[in-house]
Design a protein around this ligand. Sequence first.
Ligand code: GAL
Length: 420
Amino acid sequence: MKKKVLAILVVFLVASALVFAAGTKEQKGANTIEIFSWWTAGGEADGLEAMFKEFSKKHPQLEIINATVAGGAGTNAKAVLATRMQGGNPPDTFQVHAGHELIDTWVTTGFMEPVTFILKDAGFMDKFPADVIDIISYKGEVYSIPVNIHRSNVMWYSPKLFAKFNLKPPKTMDEFFRVADVFEKNGIPALALGDNESWAATHLLESVILASLGPDRYRDLWNGKVKWNDPKVQEALTNYTKMMKYTNRDHAALANMDAAGYVAEGKAAMNVMGDWAAGYYYSQNFKQGEDWDWAPAPGTGGVFIMLSDSFGLPKNAPNRENVVKWLELCASKEGQDAFNPIKGSIPARTDGDRSKYDRYLNAAMDDFATNAIVASVAHGAAISEPWLTRVNDIMAAFTTDLDVAKATREFQAAADRYAP
Ligand code: GAL
């Protein structure tokens, strides 16, 4: 009898301890919001901080937990996120690229809650371009809130070096090789590259492919309709190998931001990188027009390779209500206009306050409104994550061995396996 009472007592004590623990966990977390991203440096961290300030002004009672995992383009963050999501331990909200990364990785697999209600309740549905709404939607529901639009196909260049050799920024690939020769003869790397993470090579390749294929066939390559042995794709791959001869010797050990820095420091003439490079220049006080300027990547004028960072609402987010507040800010004009002028991106909304943006970003807004738009491969918009992972691996080898035939075989095999 005594034993029975004791057992009941033990069960009761354990149960109360569990209830108490759960309760305190809830209470501890209730005033927090964990925001997961890979924005740890330069204009990226500064832009995020500016959004946090806006958030804290509106919701001073809430504490932000800034959960970042360093690594460009989410190199490390995406793996950490996958482990957490699959382990049932999601952050409250996380950075995710609009397009295939969002939809294929997280939405069709059932990890996310729709957030259409946030845009509808605020009357924001028509504040975003229809094409942007399209790539964050699945079966009629919106699944993330886009905070920005980045441009991938930008060539950053050193006005000082171009002036010194009396050269003009190249508009075509032929012009690129012509000016590159001049820089090379004078001992200056024409093309800064920082591919210590292989996505940066993929990033360059997408512009080089666009230059040869143009927007329609670029899309078809990533739909699997254009084959990798197509003469224009072959031309692009060959151009890529030729470009490698003009890069800085330390490229394989260099980070993408540092390669952009080489241009502003006058150590290299050009760099093809997304416009977070502008955010980096702002953060380092490099001057537009003096230390750096920009043009579309050679051969890609009139086309805008886009990508978009967004935030979503995972099912079972520990503090759902707080996430809704964060997403409301992400969707708002104030939020976007606080973030983007520092981040080096344009607002995803069409009504940004242009006076807050510099010359480069105003030009990017004009181009986004008027150019042909294609989706970035390197940044989760155009293809699924498994396909992109394979492309990055192929690029890591291709950038070193410059073997066009081998790369062609491998790219085609990846397309056969992963293209929709
Ligand atoms: C992209 C991301 C940008 C920027 C960049 C460099 O994938 O969309 O916001 O973070 O990587 O890390």
